[in-house]
Design a protein around this ligand. Structure first.
Ligand SMILES: [Zn+2]
Length: 73
């Protein structure tokens, strides 16, 4: 729809970054979803992070408790 880069914005304050999710060139200025290009990429990326967190049993007591006899490695 509208181009994210404002041609009247001074180059010194015009920061362009790649969306961490889809690598789209995105203007930092005025971007409510930065560093993502859009709310969609933001939600997808955060959703993937949350899902990944759930898949890793970091709170599993079988892994969380170290062997007391080998605790001074
Ligand atoms: Zn994106």
């Amino acid at each position: 729809m509208s181009h994210p880069v404002d041609p009247q914005t001074p180059a010194i304050s015009l920061l362009i970054l790649d969306c961490p999710h889809c690598a789209t060139k995105t203007a930092w200025q005025g971007n409510a979803h930065r560093p993502f290009c859009s709310a969609r990429c933001k939600l997808i990326d955060l959703g993937a992070w949350a899902t990944e967190g759930y898949s890793i049993p970091v709170d599993d007591p079988h892994f969380a408790q170290p062997d007391e006899h080998e605790n001074d490695v």
